[in-house]
Design a protein around this ligand. Structure first.
Ligand code: AGP
Length: 610
């Protein structure tokens, strides 16, 4: 999704800014741009290609500057085009640019604001909401751009993170945030604004997470922050020591592949010391929280939502607590019946997903005060919005299609399920020991599944020639079928649907023919016999089955039935293992098709707009 990198320094920062944009490429974008200020002039280059094209243009034009704003855009208002790419300018009456602006988020009342501007005074060069804001700042400009931003942001509805430069006051950049992430990076004789610490982590000593409603004045050696009440505030400075190093591909062709293979490590780190599983696994602070809840409400989107769906099976079965799982963007806008003794669980890889954040705030507004995040990014907006959090240890995930973030979310959610069961004294000692043993073996079991890659590559050759695919699962493996179908859609662009296998005969069976490959998640659990009947329904209509099963499933290769045998059945945590071959299937099918695997079309890594 959109990314901001902006800096004020004594040195030329043109390529520092583009380097920052390169690090944000993983978030997904369709155009990019940079504006620089030098010798009284604002210059700008924009591109519909990659950031490397911006760098080439900068070299060709010999543009440089000590102050600049750079941006990657993911289109919301206006098609992806060079003219809609940021930075946007507003000009003086001679046509000279005086205001430059980059923006993440959506200004919902931009049409109304646009109509409030004198039509003869401003030429609109784009279809964006952002350009309206640039002209509005110009219109309200009173000789102090800090004060102007303060006044103009009061008129805005929607979400934004902005960086603004005014050429009349070239010793400062102004930033503001409401609903979209924005951080300040503090360097030596230079300061930064960015939507993601990764963009600037090697350039700074400390960073500050701005709060909603904050406006910041950034100079080379100082920063001033005004909060939503209009008061000057100090915000906590975080040392950058804890920021994750810049990722690299190593021996892998894509980040998605690398991240799939990182799962044994990521899951092991998320488990921490599972040998010592006790009431205190999540910390003593949880005592009141876990003792006082009688239901769980999970809010999440996409893959994280499927992790939540799996958790419903676990928590209801192990801890006997009622669980509702809500798609965040739906929950916000429907009437629900709040129960104050609910644990609201927000699941998110990025911790910045606008829908999940809004759902969390909505739940709190309904009086649900017990909030916990399961998140991969410490200090993210969702973590900061919750009273409690458990940070998964996937490490930075670059591939837009989530892989290791999902299996680490599942790991954390299983730990939560057994901890809740312990709190209720309904987990027998023997059972607990068995779960801990399975969890200890989980990383190496994932390693064994990864060694099945050559077999999955054979399947991928078949899928790459199909336009559709169906994924089936039952019980706690149904969300895994959904996740498998989502992975297939995201990286191959092949239409993929997932169903609980029992639903087949209620409609989707009409899709089945010899042209439809049907993937079945078939561990030897108590629903296996039912699932086998569903598989017969597919075979009887000529559908080709691609079955993931363990030895106990007793399903063998046959005409129209292709089986990959998984390691032994892992009981409750088996969904984590069955996720891995589905990730590999999507990856290898995409590899054959030659899609942009790490940055699939139209998608963004961190979805910071509603
Ligand atoms: C997963 O492959 C997706 N790209 C997407 O569905 C993602 O899971 C969703 O946008 C939620 O993101 P989050 O976990 O960062 O909140």
């Amino acid at each position: 999704m959109c990314g901001i990198v902006s800096a004020i320094s004594y040195r030329n920062i043109a390529f520092t800014l583009t380097e920052g944009l390169l690090r944000l490429e993983y978030r997904g974008y369709d155009s990019c741009g940079i504006a620089l200020f030098k010798d009284g002039e604002l210059t700008r280059v924009r591109s519909m290609k990659r950031v490397s094209d911006l760098e080439k243009q900068l070299l060709d034009c010999r543009f440089d500057g000590c102050i600049g704003l750079a941006h990657t855009r993911w289109a919301t208002h206006g098609i992806p085009s060079k003219y809609n790419a940021h930075p946007h300018f507003s000009r003086d009456k001679f046509g000279k640019p005086t205001i430059a602006l980059v923006h993440n988020g959506i200004i919902e009342n931009y049409e109304e604001l646009r109509n409030s501007l004198d039509k003869d005074s401003y030429d609109f060069e784009s279809q964006t909401d952002t350009e309206v804001l640039a002209h509005l700042l110009n219109d309200f400009y009173d000789g102090d751009i800090f004060r102007t931003v303060l006044n103009v942001t009061k008129l805005l509805k929607g979400s934004y993170a902005i960086a603004v430069f005014c050429s009349n006051e070239p010793d400062r950049i102004i930033g503001a945030r409401q609903g979209s992430p924005l951080i300040i990076g503090i360097g030596v004789d230079e300061n930064y604004l960015s939507s993601d610490s990764l963009a600037i982590s090697d350039k700074i000593k400390d960073l500050i997470y701005l709060e909603d409603g904050d406006i910041v004045e950034l100079k080379r050696k100082s920063i001033n922050i005004i909060d939503s009440n209009g008061s000057y505030v100090e915000r906590y400075k975080h040392s950058v020591n804890n920021i994750i190093a810049t990722p690299n591909l190593g021996k892998y062709r894509h980040y998605m592949q690398k991240e799939i293979f990182e799962q044994p490590r990521a899951v092991a780190d998320t488990l921490h010391n599972v040998d010592n599983l006790s009431h205190d696994f999540f910390g003593q602070d949880y005592y009141d929280l876990f003792n006082n809840i009688d239901s769980v409400l999970i809010v999440a989107c996409g893959t994280s939502y499927y992790a939540g769906m799996t958790a419903k099976y676990w928590i209801e079965s192990l801890a006997k607590i009622r669980v509702d799982v809500e798609i965040a963007s739906e929950y916000i806008y429907r009437d629900s019946v709040p129960n104050p003794n609910t644990l609201v669980l927000a699941i998110s890889q990025s911790g910045e997903t606008a829908d999940t954040l809004s759902a969390l705030k909505h739940a709190k507004s309904l009086g649900l005060k017990n909030t916990m995040a399961i998140c991969n990014m410490n200090n993210s907006a969702i973590v900061r919005e919750c009273s409690f959090s458990y940070i998964t240890q996937a490490g930075i995930e670059i591939g837009v299609a989530s892989t290791k973030a999902f299996t680490t979310q599942l790991t954390a959610l299983f730990l939560l399920s057994i901890t809740l069961a312990r709190y209720r004294s309904i987990l027998g000692k023997e059972q607990e020991v068995a779960y801990c043993r399975d969890l200890r073996h989980l990383p190496s079991a994932i390693g064994s599944v990864l060694s099945l890659e050559p077999l999955i590559m054979e399947w991928a050759k078949y899928f790459a020639h199909k336009g559709n695919s169906l994924f089936l699962g039952r019980g706690r493996h149904y969300p895994i079928a959904l996740e498998g179908a989502l992975k297939m859609k995201e990286v191959t662009y092949i239409h993929a649907e997932a169903y609980p296998a029992g639903e087949l005969k209620h409609g989707p069976l009409a899709l089945v023919s010899e042209h439809m490959p049907v993937v079945v998640v078939a561990p030897s659990d108590r629903l296996l016999e039912k699932l086998k009947s569903n598989m017969q329904e597919v075979r009887a209509r000529g559908g080709n089955l691609y079955v993931l099963a363990d030895k106990g499933s007793t399903i063998s290769n046959d005409s129209g039935i292709n089986v990959i045998h998984m390691p032994e059945y892992y009981g409750m945590i088996s969904p984590i293992l069955y996720t891995v071959p589905l990730q590999l299937l999507a990856y290898h099918t995409a590899l054959i098709l030659g899609t942009d695997i790490d940055k699939p079309r139209n998608l963004a890594k961190s979805v910071t707009v509603e």
